[in-house]
Design a protein around this ligand. Sequence first.
Ligand code: MN
Ligand code: MN
Length: 463
Amino acid sequence: MDDTLKSKLLFQWKSASAVMDEAETEAADTYCRGYIDFLNTAKTERETVREAVTMAESRGFVPWEHGKALAPGDKVYLNQRGKALILCAAGKRPLGEGISIAAAHVDSPRLDLKQRPLYEEAGAAFFDTHYYGMVKAYQWTGIPLALHGYVALKDGQGLNICIGEERGDPVLLIADLLPHLAKKQMERPGKELVAAEDLDVIAGLRFCPGEDGDGAVKLNILRILHAQYGITEGDLISAELSVVPAFPARDLGLDRSMVGGYGQDDKVCVYPSLTALFSLTEPPEYTACAVLVDKEETGSLGMTGMGSHFFENFIGDIAEAAGEKAPRVLHNSLCISADVNTAFYHLYAEMFDPYAEARLNHGVVLFRYWGKGGKDHTNDAQAETVAAVRKILDDAGILWQTGEGGRVDAEDSGTLSKFFANLDIPSIDLGVPILSMHSPFEAAAKTDIYMAHRAFTAFFKRT
Ligand code: MN
Ligand code: MN
């Protein structure tokens, strides 16, 4: 087959290294410096929403006023209870012609503190946890951990908590058994290596001044929390406190080709959704909308998840203000569910389809479905939707690939796509391939992250 026929007939699946010149690679590196800073400020969903609001306000976005019709060029946001966010840059076309939605999730797997987390045992105080999202428990032992979260007080006030991120801050630890005594432990199946119930975080050893005996160490931890934040053990009940890896995101690889960091699923799509929206200097044709939601890792249920009605209600409100009907807006819209996909990894080749998986540094991943047991609980995007997005990507010269997310029936996962599709919005997943997904330190290629920014920008600029 000659080259002409090859380039005409074959899907061009290429490494970024082969197609991106030096200047574009440098642009990707520069872009990812901002992304790394973002990862380091936004580890939890509340922090992510807070940071996104700060970024949006500095670019002229204002809180959406109920009942006010959007005019082309308007930039508004709706903060859904501090844990989800809708941002809109109003376009030139009437809402009834539909909008462009890029939706990513702001929550990441972590260890939540239990409702009554603090206990004392064998001369030490511990926080007991209940994991959030799919984690391999053993990965959370033996690493420095930080405590992040929010405490809601009875008087309606709230406190943000963050311990372990500043230089000089103490960190926390989930201890593991030393290898010398772990013969029996190492013979257990991986799932039982560390029991979920045993993910207890060591918090301290010292007695509270003037106290001794049972409970003096626990009391001392409460004394420290009270001195710093004015909170009591009872306040921990109305809190959302989580333990997350304490180390920062940073360049990964001797060639600095990757970003390593916690919570890239799905901040690696949140950040490009935001930067793409902020890059619109002119009102787009269609109203551009970034939707950042919580709860994806636990099935999208709850007020701030995509299973909630808040997005639909917002569309209903802006439609009504514009004299349109929400179902028509939804029907004519197009949604990119911006989520990560699995990168092929040769050492676990048996878990992957060697011909069809996404690879790091090969561009953004377009994927129609997840799900095992015959595409169970997935949005198998319609061919027309795929074609529409293919055209946007190709016209903008975006490097993209497809992904399967593992061998048939190997994968048990899901994304936001189905929730939008259920609202009668053509919807498909497009995101960044990730290595070591859901671990405390995930890897993504800088070129792919930059391509996500370019892809979402092209999508928001569709005509
Ligand atoms: Mn995800
Ligand atoms: Mn996930």
